[in-house]
Design a protein around this ligand. Structure first.
Ligand code: SF4
Length: 428
């Protein structure tokens, strides 16, 4: 697997506006007045403008060349089309954007007006991630989604008609009312849709979503009683892995599946620890410390920075981004968490080349122990999660923290929301 340093950047733009709040949503998104849109885009433009100065001040490399751009949130297409066009133009004005750049926009089905679609296609957007979650109308509705299956199918046709054929569909296993049969229906529809990429998430239960709070604390408003059991959710996930593989859409990351060559280049950055700049609400960046050419790579620190999740504070610039330097030891831990998320796994020779044997050795013992428990598999040179290990990935990752003596989970921040173990941007 390729590791930092790298001289090409990915840019993530957070657009936190939604038309309604989904019951399971634990992202920093909300239903805000449309009057905030122009001001928000002003702030994004100012952040883009100020990024080189900020990087110089803080001592990190900000590559000028960009090969992936990702608009997430939120529902980016709620921005008025001239604002969308302005944002895309602003990125191109400030960075050297590769001619074969991947530009992804998250879309909520039924919320992509013709004018916005035209602006996106004209500005070079070549990938769309559709937040479907379920093709079964009653499940989508019950989760607070505003679309039905017909709207999804119509959007897929319109996107293809506009020349955007590179499409992802998100599904969630574990929505209230979901059954094995209804899950099969969603998988049937996903496969019939002809998309080349799918993301399948297992429902997250935490206090940051209304459904999660109801599951933890009780209540009947969001139908928590109808959420399938953990075992049932695991079976749905496993079934998705099998059916997608059978259709040539192979798993390449815990929650992500694609036809060959159609992996999300932007999201791969997060797992491969390549540099990215996140702008907007609750956005993260990961950039390498500036170093002299003769400094050893193994001593290289990495900066992680995240912006506030409070829209008012972001607009008023009352909260500076939180930043922390990751030591080589901390980066080594992340190399395990993030690398194991990918089906390509963690290559020990590469890891030792980057971090040295002394850091890698204790983690290697842990990896062998987990392999003995059936959670990892190895060919001697590379470790990967087994199918069982993917279902228990958070427990596996925790073991690597224990190996390094850390007493708290270190989860690399994801831009625009993440699954529990980090770094899985979602679709609205
Ligand atoms: S899941 Fe997506 S569309 Fe729904 S509230 Fe969250 S960010 Fe908005």
């Amino acid at each position: 697997m390729r590791v930092v340093p790298d001289d090409v950047l990915g840019i993530y733009v957070s657009v936190p506006f939604c038309r309604s709040k989904c019951t399971y949503c634990n992202f920093a998104s909300g239903v805000y007045p449309a009057g905030e849109h122009a001001r928000y885009v002003d702030r994004l433009a100012a952040d883009l403008d100020g990024a080189p100065r900020w990087a110089a001040l803080i001592g990190v490399d900000l590559p000028a060349r960009v090969d992936t751009i990702y608009f997430g949130g939120g529902t980016p297409t709620l921005l008025e089309p001239p604002l969308l066009a302005r944002l895309l133009a602003s990125i191109r004005n400030h960075f050297k954007v590769d001619s074969d750049v991947e530009i992804t926009v998250e879309c909520a089905p039924g919320q992509l007006p013709d004018e916005a679609l035209g602006v996106l296609a004209a500005a070079g957007v070549n990938r769309v991630s559709l937040g479907v979650q379920s093709f079964v109308d009653r499940e989508a509705r019950g989760s607070g989604r505003l679309h039905d299956r017909a709207a999804v199918e119509q959007d897929l046709r319109r996107l293809r008609g506009a020349g955007i054929a590179n499409m992802n569909v998100d599904l969630i296993a574990g929505l209230a009312g979901q059954t094995p049969d209804s899950w099969e229906s969603s998988l049937d529809a996903l496969l019939a849709s002809g998309v080349n990429h799918a993301s399948v998430y297992m429902l997250e239960v935490d206090e940051y979503s209304r459904l999660g709070r109801e599951l933890l604390s009780g209540g009947a408003r969001y139908r928590a009683a109808l959420v399938p059991t953990e075992d049932a959710i695991a079976e749905m996930y496993t079934r998705a892995v099998e059916r997608l593989a059978g259709a040539g859409i192979s798993q390449y990351e815990i929650s992500n599946f694609s036809r060959p060559g159609c992996e999300s280049r932007h999201n791969l950055r997060y797992w491969q620890r390549r540099p990215y700049l996140g702008i907007g609400l609750d956005a993260s960046s990961m950039l390498s410390a500036r170093r002299e050419a003769d400094e050893p790579v193994a001593d290289k620190y990495v900066l992680r920075s995240s912006t506030t999740s409070d829209l008012r504070a972001y607009l008023d610039e009352t909260e500076a981004p939180e930043t922390s330097w990751l030591s080589p030891a901390r980066q080594h831990e992340e190399a395990w968490f993030l690398g194991l998320r990918l089906n390509t796994g963690v290559n020990i020779e590469e890891l030792e080349g980057e971090f040295g044997c002394a850091l890698v050795e204790p983690a290697l013992e842990t990896a062998h122990r987990l392999a003995g428990m059936g959670l990892l598999e190895t060919d001697g040179g590379t470790f990967r999660l087994t199918a069982q290990g993917r279902l228990l990935s958070n427990e596996v990752f925790q073991e690597f923290l224990a190996a390094s003596g850390e007493d708290r989970i270190v989860v690399a921040l994801a831009n625009g929301g993440s699954d529990e173990a980090g770094l899985v941007p979602h679709s609205a």
